[in-house]
Design a protein around this ligand. Structure first.
Ligand code: ABN
Length: 189
């Protein structure tokens, strides 16, 4: 029985060997392996592809190169614009729109001795600056140029880290009018 089985296997092997070459076998084997390896790639939607779709299409050609060149963000220098860099942590009305400047209170008001301190990056030199936000007190609310940026602020349940506060509270006249921003110096890293 064993001998007959051995003979059968021998004949089958010889028949296969006659019809195939080693090189042909290796070629077919390699193709099979490559195909199997590529299979897991097919149905997956890659995240990077999805993100790339969100970006503006990359222009092609010479004209496209110019259109696709990185554009520098516009630096705002107008102190009555809420986008002005040193207002990064402010919450209030800009005194520059209320008869004062970005650093001085309007006539008839005086600065609060208690302040809110923020750290803002100056886009011109890329450095971080400590900025004091003083409220100007003694007249009713100005109401012009509302500017609420509050970078770095924490929610009200951490009161010492929240800027939604009338810093005029310790002034003789605690009426809040507007806010100024005064650069204290470069922030140490
Ligand atoms: N620090 C400006 C301000 C004043 C009153 C109330 C909220 C915020």
């Amino acid at each position: 029985m064993q001998a007959r089985f051995d003979r059968l296997v021998e004949l089958a092997s010889r028949s296969v060997a006659r019809r195939s070459s080693r090189r042909g076998f290796l070629g077919t084997f390699a193709m099979a392996i490559t195909g199997v390896a590529a299979l897991p790639l097919l149905p997956v939607r890659r995240g990077s592809v999805a993100e790339a779709a969100e970006l503006p299409a990359k222009p092609t050609g010479a004209a496209g190169k110019e259109a696709g060149a990185p554009t520098k963000p516009k630096i705002v220098t107008d102190p009555s614009s809420c986008e002005y860099w040193k207002y990064c942590a402010i919450d209030g009305f800009l005194c520059a729109c209320c008869g004062g400047t970005s650093t001085t209170c309007p006539p008839g008001t005086e600065p609060s001795p208690i302040t809110w301190i923020g750290t803002c990056q100056n886009p011109t030199d890329g450095r971080d600056y400590l900025v004091s936000y003083n409220d100007c007190c003694g007249r009713t609310t100005c109401g012009a140029c509302t500017c609420v940026r509050n970078e770095g602020e924490k929610p009200m349940y951490r009161m010492s880290l929240n800027n939604d506060v009338n810093w005029c509270m310790a002034n003789d006249n605690p009426n809040y009018h507007c806010s100024v921003s005064v650069i204290l110096g470069v922030a140490e890293k």
